[in-house]
Design a protein around this ligand. Structure first.
Ligand SMILES: Nc1nc2c(ncn2[C@@H]2O[C@H](COP(=O)(O)OP(=O)(O)OP(=O)(O)O)[C@@H](O)[C@H]2O)c(=O)[nH]1
Ligand SMILES: [Mg+2]
Length: 205
């Protein structure tokens, strides 16, 4: 049989394969209100081509979704984002982004399965969209850090005022970031890993 016209089957690029040195893979989730920059963060930090599920926003959703403050947004996550980053020779993070619109929040159940911790991404121009998100994480008992995504017109609140406004316990780290910058997003994930490590090192009870 002549296969000369057959298409070559292309496997994953070698950069997409997990290195042999990987000893541990940890799942973390990025949550936050509508349009705070979750998909941007996952896409910037991922070293493989990120999986996104962006769909165009149409007039049909205008009465259902709260578009206040994000009127110029044209697409939204309808299922999840997925990316991967290697933190060290041994440790790889699988990063899942959640949809921000409340009508898709039922997907959290699956997305949180097996997750060790979360990043709550906050837009300080619209703090109120973070309240429910943080409440839901606390209900689930999922440890989290808070990352403040910098937008040009973001107000510069003192950290302790933000902690009080978001009703965060004193030990929850708050980190400033720019979701468009890889290094910045990496620092957020490192802060989460340090936080999780410290929690696990605390004596039980
Ligand atoms: N200036 C600035 N713009 C940002 C930043 N992060 C995201 N954006 C912009 O904000 C918009 C929303 O970003 P997304 O990443 O889609 O937000 P999302 O949280 O995934 O949105 P949903 O999935 O719809 O909830 C996009 O137009 C981004 O380009 C940031 O750090 N700075
Ligand atoms: Mg998104």
């Amino acid at each position: 049989m002549d296969f000369s016209d057959s298409e070559t089957v292309v496997g994953p690029a070698s950069a997409d394969l997990l290195p042999d040195s990987t000893a541990m893979a940890v799942k973390v989730v990025v949550v936050g209100g509508f349009g705070v920059g979750k998909t941007t963060l996952v896409s910037s930090v991922s070293e493989i081509r990120p999986l996104t599920t962006e769909e165009t926003m149409t007039q049909a959703g205008a009465d259902v979704d709260n578009l206040a403050g994000v009127e110029r947004k044209t697409s939204t996550t309808v299922a999840m984002d997925f990316g991967r980053i290697r933190i060290s020779e041994e440790l790889v993070l699988y990063v899942f982004g959640t949809p921000g619109q409340e009508r898709f929040w039922f997907l959290w159940n699956g997305l949180f399965e097996g997750a060790l911790g979360a990043v709550v991404l906050v837009d300080t121009r619209r703090l109120e969209v973070s309240f429910d998100v943080i409440g839901r994480l606390e209900d689930r008992g999922v440890p989290f850090v808070v990352a403040l995504n910098a937008f040009p017109e973001s107000p510069d609140y003192p950290l302790e005022d933000l902690r009080a406004a978001l009703d965060l316990p004193a030990d929850v780290p708050i980190i400033a970031c720019d979701a468009r910058l890889r290094e910045s997003c990496r620092d957020v994930l490192l802060a989460l890993m340090h936080y999780l490590y410290n929690l696990s090192a605390q004596p039980v009870g």
